[in-house]
Design a protein around this ligand. Structure first.
Ligand code: ZN
Length: 290
């Protein structure tokens, strides 16, 4: 694990710790004597060292923000027993079945990592929100915004004073959108991110995985890559369906086309192209049956 970003003692800002798995970023917001942990992860050791970074200089972690309920994002919430846990309402109100699937997914990763975590339970959310919620950490405002698309429960965090946007699982690998729910809302979420970057003077994007994006222009380029990806995928699938391809055949062909279009071999990660194609296809199928 490495600290990608740290703030000078006594100043306000972001602390970002890169974990060993999936380029995962635990993100802290620190101001004065207060700190907020956003999606702290992944292993107990990483969570401990992240907490130490947040608590250095006598700061207290008063809030934990969970952007969504995917199992990599909720692993560290119990490490901050005095903090208020904040999440979108669909995270707080997840049913027993989805909770069990999330916990099973986490257990599988634990096994792979050799992590024992018998006391883990699904997050107990202290404060939930529907569309938006502004909370304060020291002198900093955190505008939490519900933005489903990646999952049905995803939110992002805007820090106006830091001109920063914490995008959860949006913009984690521009050009390979990581859609785990539905394509149309995913695209809508990216259009909203673009509006935020343009109107709020965003200068730094911190996704939950992989590299930070520095500068407004780079952020807009990344967002447009995601949107153009879906436009190209939708056009390719529509064309194949119109020429009589079965859904399965169209899905496979469109996924290969997206790989060729990218021109970079991403190895197993390119499986996401098939996943994205299936999600777009589900929407096109709906339209045709109307
Ligand atoms: Zn996720």
């Amino acid at each position: 694990m490495t600290l990608l970003l740290d703030t000078a003692p006594g100043s306000d800002g972001l602390v970002v710790q890169r974990c060993g798995l999936w380029g995962y970023n635990s993100i802290g917001v620190v101001s004065g004597k207060e700190a907020c942990a956003v999606d702290p992860g992944i292993t107990p050791e990483e969570i401990r060292s992240f907490r130490e970074a947040l608590e250095s200089g006598g700061r207290r972690v008063t809030k934990v923000v969970l952007t969504h309920s995917h199992h990599d994002h909720i692993r560290g919430w119990q490490a901050f027993p005095d903090a208020e846990v904040i999440a979108p309402r669909p995270v707080a109100e997840k049913g027993a079945g989805p909770q069990a699937r999330i916990l099973a997914g986490k257990a599988k990763v634990d096994q792979r990592l050799g992590v024992e975590d018998p006391a883990f339970r699904y997050p107990a959310v202290d404060r939930s929100f529907d569309e938006r919620l502004t909370v304060r950490v020291g002198a900093l405002h955190l505008d939490l915004e519900f933005l489903p698309g990646h999952s049905n429960c995803t939110s992002v965090v805007h820090l106006p004073q830091l001109q920063a946007l914490l995008t959860a699982d949006y913009l984690v690998s521009p050009g390979l959108p990581y859609c785990r729910w539905e394509a149309a809302p995913f695209e809508a979420a990216n259009r909203r991110l673009r509006a935020l970057v343009e109107s709020e003077g965003i200068e730094r994007v911190v996704p939950a995985h992989n590299d930070l994006i520095h500068g407004r222009e780079a952020a807009l380029v990344a967002i447009d890559e995601e949107l153009q990806y879906f436009a190209a995928l939708r056009a390719d699938l529509s064309r194949r369906l119109a020429s009589g391809d079965s859904h399965e055949r169209a899905m496979r062909a469109a996924a290969s086309f997206m790989g060729e279009r990218r021109g970079v071999d991403l190895g197993p990660r390119a499986r996401q192209d098939r996943d994205n194609a299936r999600r777009v296809l589900a929407e096109l199928g709906d339209d045709q049956s109307k």
